[in-house]
Design a protein around this ligand. Structure first.
Ligand code: GLA
Length: 412
């Protein structure tokens, strides 16, 4: 996908050139999993896999979207964003419209085409890229004067309130705020952030896509959140200054282990340890100590599996394969990345080991699970950006050749 494909798709569908073209990247997360909704730290980065969007204004207030990769078209019946049962992908776009309206922002309709190469269901946050990209574009088109952080928050609210997934802020933040060759540590409580160069020279970050995404991911994600909240509500009885797991130390948690359900204790333990790991990872990065960074990634995976219980046999297998390459110093660290229950593992390895590691792991993975492993080396890139601004055409709206039948848009 690139600017010229997305531009010509726009022209085909809307018979007018777009006003602007933007790129909204997917993200990785080096370490700091499930810490965002616990007000801890995360260490994500935007990557060279992105959603491209071409957009232009509409005078009738309606929202018309073409999903290039699905070959599907959607248009709202009027200016009101209504949740879509059937074309559920449209909700990512309608969600930000809905939240922006709640904030009293004034804007007209929009034609938008989007598509890209962020693999779906791989834990690289394609949906967050769509949401933050759409909000970013609305801001540009209608000069809403939103800051980048306001765009991030609106995109997250769209996902939380309209789509219904109670995700934290990390994915949208990374997609919007990424910087080339940097990871960014976000304090999810204060929203302060700091960039750390990731110029690993002889080392690479490579994703192994397990090809598995379990259907229970959203419901289990929300359950984990509730379990953390349950822990906080008990722990705060012993220290009223606790408002999230960010405020809890490991000794304090262990002291109160018996007051918590065993499952809740394990979830809280993982989060408290993981927040600490992000801080140690940043220190390691500053010293270019990739060995320590890798060790922390392995530790994170173990916690995700044993305490947070969000791993699956497939991702465990991929991380075990990385561990086999670790004693020789070829693979420094690996772990399951993102919300869990499949998706990608992220590997930190010696660039020279990539071929041997990938080939051996792919062959074994195919043999055990019958799945062809997809391998994505990643480069860290800038966050959401306008790639091209075209001159706005003297605006005249041409009705499109479609009808709406039973809620589905059909071309005439
Ligand atoms: C998903 C969510 C994020 C974050 C991760 C886990 O990607 O969208 O907010 O919680 O899971 O770290």
């Amino acid at each position: 996908m690139n600017a010229s494909i997305i531009k010509s798709t726009f022209l085909t569908h809307f018979s007018t050139p777009p006003a602007l073209i933007a790129r909204a990247p997917g993200r990785i997360n080096l370490i700091g999993e499930h810490t965002d909704y616990n007000h801890g730290f995360v260490l994500p980065a935007a990557i060279d896999k992105a959603i491209w969007m071409a957009a232009g204004p509409r005078t009738d207030g309606r929202f018309a979207f073409f999903a290039h990769d699905l070959g599907e078209f959607f248009i709202s019946e009027n200016e009101k964003p209504v949740f879509q049962e059937r074309q559920s992908w449209a909700n990512y776009l309608l969600g930000v419209v809905s939240e922006a309206r709640k904030d009293g922002l004034v804007f007209g309709g929009m034609n938008l085409v989007f598509g890209g190469d962020v693999p779906l269901g791989a834990g690289l946050s394609s949906s967050a890229a769509i949401e933050s990209g759409a909000m970013f574009i609305l801001n540009e088109l209608y000069n809403l004067k939103l800051s980048k952080m306001e765009i991030v928050r609106l995109a997250q609210r769209g996902e939380n309130h309209f789509v219904g997934m109670k995700c934290g802020i990390m994915d949208m933040f990374a997609s919007v705020m990424g910087r080339e060759d940097h990871v960014v540590r976000l304090d999810c409580r204060s929203l302060e952030y700091e960039y750390f160069p990731f110029d690993a020279l002889d080392f690479s970050l490579v994703l192994f896509d397990s090809g598995v995404k379990h259907a229970l991911v959203d419901s289990e994600y929300n359950t984990r959140r509730e379990e953390c909240e349950a822990g906080v509500s008990i722990l705060k009885k012993f220290d009223s200054s606790i408002s999230s797991l960010r405020d809890v130390s490991l000794p304090f948690l262990k002291k109160h282990e018996n007051e918590l359900l065993a499952t809740v204790f394990k979830r809280c333990k993982f989060i408290v340890e993981e927040i600490g790991r992000v801080e140690r990872a940043c220190v390691a990065l500053q010293k270019s100590d990739f060995k320590t960074l890798g060790k922390l990634m392995f530790e994170c995976h173990e916690g995700l599996d044993l305490d947070y219980a969000v791993c699956v046999p497939e991702t465990n297998f991929l991380v075990e394969s990385a561990q086999r390459f670790s004693p020789q110093g070829m693979v420094l660290g690996a772990r399951q990345m993102g919300g869990g229950f499949g998706g990608c593992t992220i590997n930190l390895l010696k660039t020279s080991a990539l071929t041997a590691f990938s080939e051996e792991t792919s062959a074994a993975y195919r043999q055990v699970f019958g799945i062809d492993l997809k391998i994505y080396p990643v480069r860290l890139t800038a966050g959401t950006e306008v790639v091209q601004t075209l001159s706005l055409p003297a605006f005249s709206f041409q009705p499109l050749p479609f009808t709406i039948q039973n809620g589905t848009t059909k071309f005439k």
